[in-house]
Design a protein around this ligand. Structure first.
Ligand SMILES: C[S@@+](CC[C@H](N)C(=O)[O-])C[C@H]1O[C@@H](n2cnc3c(N)ncnc32)[C@H](O)[C@@H]1O
Length: 253
């Protein structure tokens, strides 16, 4: 998918709050191996590396545009590699991911596979957006199913693979994990207007639609702009954003 670092970073301040909350779940350790899946431009990977001194930290991302920026931050103990997070191999003391695993399907299999890569005593710490029921997302799915976009998109509609939080807890229980923490949190963002909400989703949820729409991207955005203004009137607009956090540790023998 053609990720655009500049578009994504337009709401960097709002996006840093969940990252700070995620970092609090990392059990402080040093001299470990850690993977940051879907590391993006790498600034947050750098913060993670500072939290676990003397460690070998690897940021992994599929997007050349994101990685080009990230690789400028490399230093001893911190590297960035191209790869698909769902194909991760190796063994790790910490598998970390902020706002990226929602781009991989089949979370029961994905999370089980990742958990199995942990060394004894290792930890998985993840945050994924779970705001797929917000009106903005419902309007995107609705518009994608209307003509002419349905044809342009070849009937594609993005369905979030993020599970209800109970399912993550149950999954970790059956994997034999300990220190299982799972919760949802709402981040209340106050944005200027409906157009700002559209800007936000243009850097994330709309990315796979833009990829498929090609030259029809602007007409899709024009329809969405009208619907967003009608359904999120006023100035400012309150944008409640739901996120799911989970963390679990593999037992040390
Ligand atoms: C919303 S950004 C999050 C970036 C970073 N973790 C942060 O919090 O700023 C999602 C990132 O996941 C990456 N991504 C999406 N699917 C991926 C996959 N299957 N494997 C690796 N990275 C992926 C994208 O390229 C993008 O950089």
């Amino acid at each position: 998918m053609p990720w655009n670092p500049n578009q994504y970073h337009k709401f960097q301040a709002e996006r840093s709050a969940p990252f700070e909350d995620l970092l609090k779940l990392v059990e402080p350790r040093s001299n470990i191996t850690a993977a940051d899946l879907g590391c993006g431009t790498g600034e947050l990977t750098l913060h993670l590396a500072d939290l676990i001194p003397d460690s070998q930290v690897t940021g992994i991302d599929l997007s050349p545009q994101m990685l080009e920026k990230a690789q400028k931050l490399e230093r001893p103990g911190l590297r960035f590699l191209s790869g698909d997070q769902s194909d991760l191999g190796g063994n790790w003391d910490l598998i970390f991911s902020n706002a990226a695993l929602q781009w991989s399907e089949d979370h029961p299999t994905l999370i089980s596979n990742l958990f199995n890569l942990l060394n004894p005593g290792g930890q998985i710490v993840v945050q994924v957006p779970s705001n797929h029921k917000h009106i903005s997302q419902r309007l995107i799915a609705e518009t994608a199913q209307e003509e002419p976009f349905r044809t342009y998109l070849n009937s594609y509609v993005r369905i979030s693979p993020v599970l209800p939080i109970d399912d993550y807890a149950t999954l970790f229980y059956h994997l034999g994990a300990e220190n299982i923490i799972v919760f949802e949190k709402i981040y209340g963002h106050v944005l200027e207007n409906a157009a700002a909400v559209l800007e936000w989703v243009s850097g994330t949820v709309l990315v796979p639609y833009f990829e498929r729409l090609g030259v029809h991207k602007d007409s899709f955005l024009a329809v969405l702009r009208k619907k967003f203004e009608k359904n999120m009137p006023g100035n400012p607009v309150f944008y409640p954003f739901r996120r799911t956090f989970f963390s679990a540790r593999k037992r040390s023998r």
